[in-house]
Design a protein around this ligand. Structure first.
Ligand code: FAD
Length: 449
């Protein structure tokens, strides 16, 4: 695996926005033939473009439209598809595992890049982790889409009114970007899909957003938050704000004001926490995020770099850590790559000084809200900006074409209602074996006759 025994080894953990862009910029910056070995480790063999995740959940885009295989994005980086199990900063060694038997590999390094992102925080609320769906990964989006369709299919032949309410009430918790974009997509999807279920009508649907704050989309300011809320309410979304989820079961959600919502479908977008792998590291942290200096180097650990959602990188403009967003993570990747090359070759390190350009949210039916360089946009123009900007950011021309084509076809056709099978492989095999056995018995009987 090693290029040469003297090669400097750069090990990147995580191929999300932070890790992938570090690798991409390292590849660009390192001269051809440079004696540097880059290894990238990730659980999935693809890079997920999270800003479009809600479009997969609501059947606007196909499941592979918003992901890119890491191997097609990187040319000289070695990719290890597996799980990071432990990190030893003293021994400069990371244990990763893969394969059916989950066997371990030890990867040692000279420079380590920690970019493992964040995980959903369930705040130990009773029943939440067991029963809620989340919106962080591609499988989350596929699962949500499947559950929406499954509930519609079941409800169409459900005679008990109490079950109907449970199946057709969908609750999204969280009034931030992920929650609002998810509820907007789910609402559009359900209201369009219900036409194909003759025993159901739009009046049977309850699509509810529960948020702990007074306004939705607080990052965009009250005006745009109010605009988004009014638009969504006019399309049938109910809002329960200043309210928190307290308890969840497979049949209902209990809220802080004592309300109980009969539902078996809660989507939890109301909290993230840095990757738990960081807990074991003896480093300075702020709310679980690794504290770095302005050059993205972890405090007290030379040649260990951290970025993205798992790092608290100082923002010189505010004095606070940078917000956990994709636009920060990918730009931090560029700076990390520069500083690693400078550390290896000798050169000037560069501080991270990016200021947020803007924030955008798509709220369905060709409307959006955006705040760009302090200017507010809403309605069609904001939606158009959302699509144009994110399409331009989606890596690889092929995926851009696929997404653009799917968006165009959306103008002509209604959303797909195919429910993807979620059968475990072992069960599939058992079913196949049973079918073969039955067929053999039938043939044997026919022969005997
Ligand atoms: C639904 C949603 C919508 C969003 N929309 C926007 C938006 O519109 N604009 C914006 O700026 N930001 C948005 N964000 C936030 C943005 O996605 C994150 O800030 C960004 O992904 C952080 O990048 P990262 O590299 O730190 O982490 P990630 O992109 O999360 O990457 C971490 C990687 O590490 C891998 N990993 C973690 N643990 C392990 C392990 N033990 N073993 C192997 N691999 C591991 C993960 O699989 C993942 O690939 C959104 C987030 C979500 C969930």
């Amino acid at each position: 695996m090693a290029k040469s025994s003297q090669a400097k080894r750069v090990l990147i953990l995580g191929s999300g926005f932070g890790g992938l862009y570090t690798a991409l910029h390292l590849e660009k910056k390192l001269a051809r033939g440079a004696n540097v070995e880059i290894t990238l480790v990730n659980r999935d063999n693809f890079f997920l473009f999270t800003p479009m995740l809600h479009e997969v959940a609501a059947s606007d885009l196909d499941i592979t439209d918003i992901v890119n295989p890491v191997r097609k994005l990187l040319r000289r980086t070695q990719f290890f598809n597996g799980s990071i199990k432990s990190i030893d900063l003293d021994q400069k060694c990371v244990v990763v595992s893969h394969g059916d038997d989950d066997h371990d590999h030890e990867l040692s390094y000279d420079h380590l890049v920690l970019a493992m992102g964040s995980v959903t925080n369930f705040y130990n609320l009773p029943g939440l982790a067991e029963h809620a769906l989340t919106m962080k990964s591609l499988s989350d989006a596929i699962r949500l889409r499947n559950r929406l369709i499954k509930n519609l299919e079941e409800a169409d032949f459900e005679c008990c009114p109490a079950q109907l309410e449970r199946l057709l009430t969908i609750v999204v918790a969280g009034g931030g970007f992920a929650g609002v974009e998810t509820i907007a997509s789910v609402n559009d999807f359900m209201r369009e899909a219900v036409r194909f279920y003759p025993k159901l009508s739009e009046a049977d649907l309850r699509i509810i957003l529960v948020g702990a704050t007074e306004k939705i989309l607080p990052e965009l300011g009250p005006k745009l938050g109010d605009y988004a809320q009014e638009k969504l309410a006019a399309r049938g979304v109910e809002f329960l704000l200043n309210t928190a989820v307290q308890q969840v079961s497979d049949r209902e959600v209990t809220l802080s004001d004592g309300t109980t919502l009969k539902t078996s479908l809660l989507v939890w977008t109301a909290g993230v926490t840095p990757n738990p792998l960081l807990n074991k590291l003896d480093c300075d942290k702020q709310r679980g995020r690794l504290i770095t200096n302005e050059f993205l180097e972890v405090n007290g650990h030379p040649n260990v770099w951290a970025l993205g959602d798992c790092a608290a990188v100082p923002d010189p403009a505010t004095g606070k850590p940078c917000p956990p967003t994709a636009q920060h993570a990918l730009r931090q990747g560029k700076i990390a790559a520069h500083n690693i090359v400078a550390a290896i070759n000798g050169g000037q390190q560069r501080p991270f000084t990016f200021r947020t350009i803007g924030a955008l949210a798509a709220i369905g039916r060709r409307t959006g809200v955006a705040r760009i360089m302090g200017v507010n946009f809403s309605g069609f123009i904001a939606w158009w900006l959302w699509r144009t900007i994110y399409l331009s950011k989606l890596p690889r021309f092929e995926k851009k074409v696929r997404v653009a084509l799917n968006w165009t076809l959306d103008l002509l056709f209604s959303k797909d209602l195919v429910q993807f099978m979620e059968v475990a492989p072992s069960r599939l095999r058992t079913e196949a074996v049973t079918m073969i056995e039955v067929r053999q018995e039938e043939l044997a009987k026919a022969d005997a006759a």
